[in-house]
Design a binder for this molecule. Structure first.
Ligand SMILES: [Zn+2]
Length: 518
């Protein structure tokens, strides 16, 4: 690590001794309100970066080749997203412009994991990336007798089949499922993605085997739980209880994805379950995103069965495709003929204060990391087919759509939860968006021990934003609107956003892998 050049009376002696060895820093961020959630630092400081590391944080002036004036701005560790599905460069760009510097596909995951990392490495991504080993991919491959492909198309194209969603695996099938997942861990996957809500027919022993495997490799599982329902049986509560029981029995770290959407309106009960489990020392963690609507494939298993509408308090009007709500006829048509289509599903009405307060319970709980569950940006082709946008136009073309969480999760927290409604302090919000997600992974992923912190020696993954103006503009009707108020984003010491604009040539992202592969 090169020594920072400190210009101040206190440092002159050091300078005299080592003048020849001292070089100017690559980048200096001056005069910002520097917040580090781990040490509690919250003060005006100058920050120096050399190479891909933070090399000085000082009250004294620092010298650098490039100087960023951050006066009037907050300087924070870059945000770490534990739940990010979009895999194309445009998806990552829509994340980086709001300050995300690491985005991980953990809930679904994929296999073969090595293929996925190889593919991502060729995309010149602007941020750090990584994935879990996907149980769903392994299940689809096993039931369809195919070799899995590490793409979302492989998942979407399988939506018409019901066997992998609803059938108990035979012993031979279980063996293949587990071996595909285990191979993913050997190739560096960040844990096991257990998208149980998409294959709720699995057997208890299969889930137990996944938890045992996670414990053996000392990696987490990331679960979208088996059920989403406000009423028993097969309730959200029951499904979260299942996850906690396996963590307690096996000792595995089991992460509960989007407790907000998986709990629907039963969040008080499910949040209490998680809190009590943690108090008992059970290794359970969780996350939430700040929206009362989810996004998923219209053919998802949760939207099937005789009573799914009553269990989820939903009709076709709760489903949105593009800018419009669906009719019952459209919903029936899409479920029968285009089940892999991604839709937005409104499960809590944020305009209703009682519903919003339920969402707030999940978002503001100190145990809850903020994670976006961002989904692909997609568009209708000339035949009316929906495709994921994989071009590199910037800004994204006008006709693409997604859920607003795909570009506005972190800036919505800063605008709504911190500045406008005062439900989170600024430092607590930053902790939930950077340090807490890093801590969630760092036992099994050493790379995360130097992320989520703004300290000397830590990775130069940094966001600079104007706390007075930072805001999300994306809406459900038009999500393709960029966030405002983010001045600078630095990833591994390189600019991803500068002067509020995306840097187009910014291939600074690196793969994040588990320790097993080392
Ligand atoms: Zn999910």
């Amino acid at each position: 690590m090169q020594q920072a050049k400190i210009l101040g009376a206190a440092a002159i002696a050091a300078l005299l001794i080592s003048t020849a060895a001292v070089l100017a820093n690559d980048i200096v961020i001056t005069g910002g309100r520097v917040i580090d959630p781990e040490t509690g630092l919250d003060a005006i400081r100058n920050v120096a970066i050399t190479g891909d590391k933070i090399v000085a944080i000082s009250e004294f002036p620092l010298e650098g080749d490039v100087v960023i004036d951050a006066s009037g701005h907050v300087v924070s560790p870059g945000f770490i997203d534990l739940h990010s599905h979009g895999q194309n460069i445009g998806d990552y760009r829509m994340q980086v412009v709001q300050g995300v510097t690491t985005a991980l596909e953990l809930e679904s995951g994929l296999v073969p994991v090595g293929d996925w990392y190889d593919g991502q490495a060729k995309k010149n991504l602007p941020m750090n990336y990584g994935a879990s080993a996907g149980w769903i991919h392994s299940r689809i491959a096993t039931f369809s007798n195919t070799d899995p492909l590490a793409t979302v198309d492989y998942f979407q194209d399988a939506q018409g089949r019901t066997d992998w969603k609803l059938d108990i695996a035979s012993p031979e099938q279980s063996e293949r499922i587990i071996s595909l997942v285990e191979q993913g861990l050997k190739e560096g996957a960040l844990g096991i993605g257990v998208n149980a809500g998409y294959a709720p027919g699995y057997g208890h022993k299969e889930y137990y085997a996944l938890a045992e495997l996670a414990k053996k490799y000392n990696v987490p599982t990331y679960t979208h739980v088996r059920y989403a329902s406000n009423t028993e049986p097969q309730s959200s509560f029951e499904a979260i209880q299942e996850l906690i029981s396996l963590a307690a029995i096996t000792g595995a770290h089991m992460h509960l994805c989007h407790i907000n959407s998986s709990s629907l309106s039963d969040i008080k009960a499910t949040m209490a379950l998680v809190e009590e489990a943690q108090a008992m020392g059970i290794n359970v963690t969780t996350e939430a995103y700040p929206f009362g609507a989810a996004s998923t494939v219209v053919g998802a298993a949760m939207f099937s069965g005789p009573d799914w509408r009553s269990k989820m308090d939903s009709t076709a009007n709760n489903f949105q495709l593009g800018a419009d709500r669906m009719t019952e006829d459209e919903l029936t048509d899409y479920q029968a003929n285009k089940p892999g289509t991604f839709i937005v599903w409104h499960f809590l009405d944020e305009a209703d204060s009682a519903a919003l307060s339920l969402l707030d319970i999940s978002v503001t709980n100190p145990a809850t990391a903020i994670a976006s569950d961002s989904v692909f940006w997609s568009y209708f082709d000339e035949n009316g087919k929906i495709l994921n946008y994989d071009g590199d136009a910037w800004p994204l073309p006008d006709n693409v759509f997604s859920h607003p969480r795909s570009t506005a999760t972190y800036t919505k927290i800063l605008r709504s939860y911190v500045r406008e409604r005062g439900l989170l302090s600024l430092s607590e919000a930053i902790r939930k968006m950077s340090l807490l997600p890093a801590q969630t992974l760092e036992e099994s992923v050493p790379q995360m021990r130097t992320k989520g912190r703004l300290q000397v020696g830590m990775d130069a993954d940094i966001v600079v934003f104007d706390h007075a103006t930072v805001a999300d503009l994306a809406t459900f009707e038009n999500a393709n609107q960029l966030t405002v108020g983010v001045q600078t984003v630095i990833v591994n010491g390189g600019f991803a956003v500068r002067d509020g604009e995306l840097v187009l040539d910014a291939p600074h992202g690196r793969p994040i892998r588990n320790a097993v592969a080392d």
